[in-house]
Design a protein around this ligand. Structure first.
Ligand SMILES: [Zn+2]
Length: 238
């Protein structure tokens, strides 16, 4: 959000508060009801309020990749930061030049390209995710991968949902392991991180996030999940 938009938003909010502070006293004895003045329906909505304050912003190409996947908010937050290359990797200017070696492999400088694609610790995890989620890409640049996946996995089907979930969980557990090594001095093996990735995807798939179709049932079978074991039944097809 730019400074101008933020300033406009604050002015808009002050305007709303001013109107509310100057409402006339109720004239009748009828019961008070709450009404959100900026909208004709009178109902409060967070997204409408943001639109009202800052205006309609363009949708970013990676919107679906980050927000329309079945997962938990903290994972989406990490991916949201990662797709914009905003995670504080050790190659960033704010970090010391003396501690920029990747804590996962101790071989190269840590960057988004390295830690999420080219790191020798993460490469086997990528192979596992690609195999289990039927991904076919050999891109070596993080920015190119985000661009490619955003364009390729747009359609709403169970295969794309699984691929987005795989990417999200891989990024989350890679970043979690990196932080554990730097800030807590704890190290997990590749096998342990792979087990975490697998169990997280398994747990999310068991929530029953798919529509009921042959493709969804095939994916659940690959992950050894019976549709009847899902916490929510598979949703009817469109
Ligand atoms: Zn590395």
């Amino acid at each position: 959000m730019g400074k101008t938009q933020l300033f406009g938003g604050i002015i808009g909010l002050l305007g709303v508060l001013y109107v509310q502070a100057n409402l006339p006293a109720p004239a009748s004895s009828s019961r008070d009801t709450k009404k959100w003045i900026p909208f004709p329906t009178g109902l409060y909505s967070f997204s409408h309020t943001v639109s009202h304050l800052v205006g309609d912003l363009p949708t970013v190409p990676w919107h679906n990749l980050v927000w329309n996947s079945p997962s938990i908010p903290r994972m989406k937050f990490i991916l949201w930061s990662a797709v914009q290359s905003k995670l504080p990797t050790l190659d960033s200017k704010s970090m010391s030049k003396h501690i920029n070696i990747c804590p996962l492999c101790s071989e190269s400088m840590e960057s988004h390209d390295h830690i999420f694609l080219n790191c020798s610790f993460v490469s086997p995890l990528w192979r596992f995710i690609k195999y289990k989620c039927s991904m076919f890409t050999a891109l070596r640049s993080w920015e190119a991968l985000v661009r490619w996946a955003s364009a390729k996995w747009k359609a709403k089907n169970s295969g794309n949902l699984l691929r987005k979930l795989g990417l999200l969980v891989l990024v989350y557990h890679t970043w979690e392991e990196r932080n554990a090594r730097i800030f807590r001095g704890k190290k997990a093996s590749q096998r342990a991180v792979c087990a975490k990735i697998c169990s997280t995807i398994f747990a999310i798939l068991k929530l029953g996030c798919f529509r009921d179709c042959a493709s969804s049932r095939s994916i659940l079978k690959d992950w050894n999940i019976s549709p009847s074991c899902c916490r929510s039944p598979l949703r009817p097809p469109d």
